[in-house]
Design a protein around this ligand. Sequence first.
Ligand code: NI
Length: 226
Amino acid sequence: MLVRIPNVLTPAEVAHCRQRLEAADWVDGRVTAGQGSAKVKRNTQLPEEGEVATELGDLILTALEANPMFVSAALPSRVFPPLFNRYGPGDGFGAHVDNAIRQGLEAETRIRTDLSCTLFFSGPEEYDGGELAIDDTYGTHRVKLAAGDMVLYPSTSLHAVTNVTRGYRYASFFWLQSMVREDAQRTLLFDLDRAIQGLGADHPEHASVVPLTGIYHNLLRRWAEI
Ligand code: NI
């Protein structure tokens, strides 16, 4: 399931992050790529766990913790510290699958990558190309969102970033381990939660709200690993 989470950051937060990102020192993006990916990756990144990445990463994680749609869609167990990349003219990232396990500098940051996240810091009008192209059973989805919006997609997906031909594309990318490992089960829980929220909003006294909520929690209890 591919989920767009709108307005993860406010316009003021996006502007602050952009200022910090544009003034930062960038390094070759192949530092975090696996052997296969390194051959098809052309971009720059902020140094992992550097001052800017840490500050902006904390800002993103704080915003996500308070975002009900993110929590419902991802059911996050452990989130890898956000990383940041920049694609300029001629940059791109060929088709690849993200590594299954990510190890940060500290032992507790080792996670299984169930979901991949890309949070956009550049608006679509600022650059040409630079689409995140994600393959699933329904074909290839081309994702290019407003600044402050984020896409969540299964880390099992083959994906690429098409070449940028004009401007700069700033984004944050990271992974998370979900309490529910299987995408199909997580999708079912997300759909059920959304349906219950919709019913509860339109008909708060409806007799089915409580039993449906019970079913949601009993499925989550059956499938969650914590
Ligand atoms: Ni990737």
